[in-house]
Write a protein that binds this ligand. Structure first.
Ligand SMILES: [Zn+2]
Length: 438
């Protein structure tokens, strides 16, 4: 009994000590360049002062108060932590639908935590999960474990499942009718089932609703050129989510599906491959965000890794250049484009996901605007732009540093040398430090 009391005392004491140290955490990060997420120009010779979990000041490097602990990164660039607007951390194996059938939700939670940590170490301090192949709610559990400080990980928002019609992109369409597995998506048909599915998503912690408005590229047996949801189903989905104050993200490839979804009031269009001039003006008019997810197509094209390889290649490769020119048009028209990788489930090297920035530059965005797409615009999409997405006093200290200047070479984003989340250093390659390996 005494032993337990002593143990409790030691625990409380050490908690007090650690919270004292954390609350006293005050340091400055200095590098030659700073991209603050707001200015159009790179800024120089500044220091970011971090106090507890916040950015307390951005000041001239010569004005750093004496005795402040200093991390001097020399010729590198400080920038806001990256916001990945479209990811599926539980997907694993290239044939993700079969992998879903083989793995329990508990297993998915374990590998999903590892995936989230890998993404954080690659500079993604915030992840918006766009539904996952999971019967239960592993991402919500991972999020809870991170928020309860049991594990280190990124900030997580998003949907537990992608809601799909029977035979749609979230259904398993390659088994005999005698087999009735629980699919990777959440199947709902008709307004009533969709309303119930949305209420269940919200009940178990989804802070986004993800709907598969059209068919998909990588799933088996459906067609991305088909609109899956009827107008009544789409309206029911958006109305119900709105009643609960929850935003809707619409997976949509087919032009009509994109345009119907924007008109119905979704907050974001995912992929939007066959967007047309009308889609662009509708997105501008409604303030809809656009998450193109280009690089995942390059990664899987001709890879032989997908069960639906032929379908994917037919659609992706034949339309890639036209799609990129439409993305440029959307960008020039002022559509709010964000960065989503849609690639880095478990087993994919997380640094690859950062290549989405380079494909947005290939489409015509300036490197600075691509970086804003993956920082401040992403923060606006998830509704956290008051606290995240830029390096300004008062915001949460989610900051990364990359070698050199990403405006000259965007690929430097692939290997950040410093990652700070909530004021805590996660990775500092200059010191070979990783909080994830402790
Ligand atoms: Zn996706």
């Amino acid at each position: 009994m005494f032993g337990r009391k002593k143990h409790t005392f030691v625990m409380i004491f050490s908690l007090l000590i650690s919270s004292y140290i954390v609350s006293d955490e005050n340091y400055a990060v200095v590098s030659n360049h700073l991209i603050d997420g707001k200015s159009d120009q790179i800024r120089t010779d500044l220091a970011v002062i971090i106090s507890n979990n916040k950015i307390s000041e951005v000041i001239d490097r010569n004005l750093i108060p004496k005795d402040t602990r200093l991390i001097d990164l020399g010729n590198s660039t400080l920038m806001p932590g990256l916001i990945n607007a479209h990811e599926h951390p539980l997907l694993h194996e290239n044939d993700y639908q079969t992998a879903h059938l083989k793995s329990s939700s508990a297993y998915k939670a374990l590998i999903g935590l590892k995936t989230h940590q890998g993404l954080l170490a690659s500079g993604w301090t915030t992840i918006r999960v766009m539904g996952d192949g999971d019967v239960f709610y592993a991402n919500q559990d991972i999020k809870k474990a991170i928020e309860n400080k049991i594990f280190i990980g990124p900030r997580i928002t998003g949907a537990a499942h992608y809601i799909s019609i029977t035979g749609g992109g979230g259904d398993i369409n390659y088994m005999s009718p005698e087999q009735t597995p629980l699919p990777d998506g959440l199947i709902a048909d008709g307004p009533q089932e969709i309303i119930k599915a949305i209420r269940k998503e919200i009940k178990y912690g989804s802070d986004w609703i993800k709907i598969m408005v059209t068919g998909a590229f990588m799933s088996v047996g459906d067609n991305p050129e088909n609109v899956s949801f009827s107008p009544e189903e789409l309206k029911a989905a958006v109305d119900e989510a709105k009643r609960h104050g929850i935003p809707v993200a619409a997976h949509a490839h087919a032009t009509e599906g994109i345009n119907q979804a924007i008109r119905a009031g979704v907050r974001s269009i995912e992929h939007g491959t066959y967007l047309d001039e009308e889609s662009i003006s509708l997105m501008v008019k409604y303030g809809t965000f656009y998450v193109p997810t280009i690089y995942v197509g390059d990664y899987y094209a001709n890879s032989g890794k997908l069960l639906a390889q032929e379908k994917n290649d037919d659609y992706y490769l034949s339309y890639r250049s036209e799609w990129l020119s439409m993305i440029e048009k959307a960008y020039l028209a002022g559509v709010k484009i964000t960065v989503g990788s849609d690639l880095c489930g478990y087993g994919i090297e997380p640094s690859l996901c950062v290549r989405e920035f380079a494909t947005l530059v290939e489409a015509g965005m300036t490197p600075m605007d691509a970086i804003k797409a993956g920082t401040i615009v992403g923060a606006e999409l998830v509704g956290w732009d008051d606290e995240l997405g830029s390096i300004e006093s008062g915001k949460l200290a989610d900051i990364i540093a990359v070698k050199g200047n990403p405006l000259e070479d965007i690929s430097v984003l692939e290997s950040p040398i410093l990652v700070i989340k909530d004021g805590k250093i996660i990775i500092n390659k200059l010191d070979s430090y990783s909080a994830l390996e402790k």
